[in-house]
Each structure stands twice: as C-alpha cells, then as structure tokens.
Design a protein around this ligand. Structure first.
Ligand code: HEC
Length: 210
C-alpha cells in the first residue's frame, strides 16, 4: 500500500499509521457543523437503528448467498442486490441511505469531499478495537445527516475485500474484476475503516424530547 505522506495528510498519517486508510486522500473540506443537541440525539437514535437494520438485511442475504454457492456465487448476488435492498430500506423509513467509502467497489459509493472529511475524522478517531461514535451534521437546514463508521471486523469480509491472491482466491479476483473493472476495495485488513453509513433524515420526522 502506498503512503502519500504529503501536506495536510501527514499529521493524520502519523496518528493512524500507514496501514490504515484513508491514506491517499487530501481533505479539502472540514467536518460540517453539528446541529442542535436535540436534533443530534434524535438523529443518532434513528440513524443507529436504520443502519443496524440495513446491515442485518445485507448481511443475512450475503450469508444466504454464500451458503447456496460460496463466495463466487455471493459476489454477483451482492452486485445485484446491495443497491435495491438498501433503497427498499430507505423507502420504508422515509430517509436516504448510502454506504460511502474512500476505496470503492461500486463507483457510486465513492465518497465526495465532505464525506472524505468525515472518513478522515473516523480514521483519526479509530484506536484499538473501539469503533468511533457516529456523528450528525446539518448539510441542509431541513435534513439531519447521520454518519457511522463501518469497520471491517469480520474474517468473512476479507474473502471479498482482503488481499487478492491470499485472502481472495484467484477465481474471485477475476469475478470482481469482471463485475467492477474500477474496483479499489481490496487490500483491507481486520480492524480497518472500510467506509461509513450516511443516512439523511428529514428533521421534521425526528423524535422530539419532551
Ligand atoms: C461475497 C463477497 C463480499 C463479502 C463477503 C463482503 N462484501 Fe462488501 N461488497 C461486495 C460487493 C460485490 C460490493 C459492491 C456492491 C454494489 O455494487 O453495490 C461490496 C460493497 C461494500 C461496501 C460499499 C462500498 C463500496 O466499496 O462499494 C461496503 C462498506 C462493504 N462492502 C463492506 C463489507 C463488510 C464490512 C463486509 C464484511 C461484513 C463485506 N463487505 C463482505 C462483496 C462482498
């Protein structure tokens, strides 16, 4: 893995070490301001629950596909199913849900400048095995945007996001290349930041504290 230790990225690299991405991203935006405590509290509550529900839906589908035909069957399955499953969950809750990352498999999941600032914040806050807490920003006044880190914390993830030829079999490397010619989502190690959930919640729908 390359370390582009230049300019503003250097202090972050010194803190998190070269093995932890994002290491090649120069943040040009700061983490946006946080909304009121009440909005934050409501958005954290809703965001956490929707992220957990979506994770469990994706994860049970992934495991079923692996059981049916191994990782080589699950790869094309995930490719087809991940977006509609996530969109269905978003529709059910009246929010938008996105998984975004500094190293994407699906190019649609590539982080924008603001999202990269959030990922850098999470990478810097990732110490030991504790995931950094989620955060909430007001990107627009009517929306509370919830972000929670996705840590690669399961051996299974390495079968499709670990080291090609070692964690990922040659057969599966070929499938990934065919489905995602621009894939950048390999080379991860256990404990690293894989990306983050982003859930945009209309402020008007947030629970209010009495
Ligand atoms: C069977 C292979 C497979 C396994 C196992 C797997 N993934 Fe993925 N992952 C994929 C594919 C394929 C995509 C792209 C889905 C799409 O096109 O929307 C993806 C996308 C993602 C994304 C969205 C960002 C991006 O790069 O597009 C995240 C985050 C992610 N995976 C995390 C994980 C984590 C965490 C685990 C372990 C719990 C895991 N994955 C296990 C195949 C896998």
């Amino acid at each position: 893995m390359k370390c582009l230790a230049t300019g503003i990225v250097l202090p972050l690299l010194l803190m998190v070490g070269c093995s932890k991405p994002p290491e090649s991203t120069t943040p040009t935006a700061a983490v946006p301001a946080a909304p009121s405590a009440e909005v934050q509290k409501g958005a954290i509550q809703i965001g956490k629950s929707i992220a957990a529900e979506t994770f469990s839906l994706l994860s049970s589908n992934l495991q079923a596909a692996i059981q049916q035909g191994g990782v080589s069957n699950a790869l094309p399955f995930c490719s087809l199913a991940a977006s509609p499953l996530t969109a269905g969950m978003a529709g059910k809750h009246g929010v938008t849900i996105r998984r975004m990352t500094h190293k994407s498999r699906n190019p649609a999941d590539r982080a924008d400048t603001t999202e990269l600032a959030i990922l850098n914040h999470f990478a810097a806050a990732l110490t030991g095995t504790n995931p950094p807490p989620p955060l909430v920003t007001n990107l627009t006044s009517s929306t509370a945007t919830f972000f929670a880190p996705i840590i690669l914390n399961n051996e299974l993830c390495l079968k499709c996001h670990g080291e090609p030829g070692k964690d990922i079999s040659a057969e599966n490397v070929a499938i990934i290349q065919r489905l995602y010619p621009q894939d950048d989502a390999t080379g991860f190690k256990l404990g690293q930041l894989r990306g983050a959930w982003r859930i945009d919640i209309p402020v008007a729908t947030l629970p209010r504290t009495p």
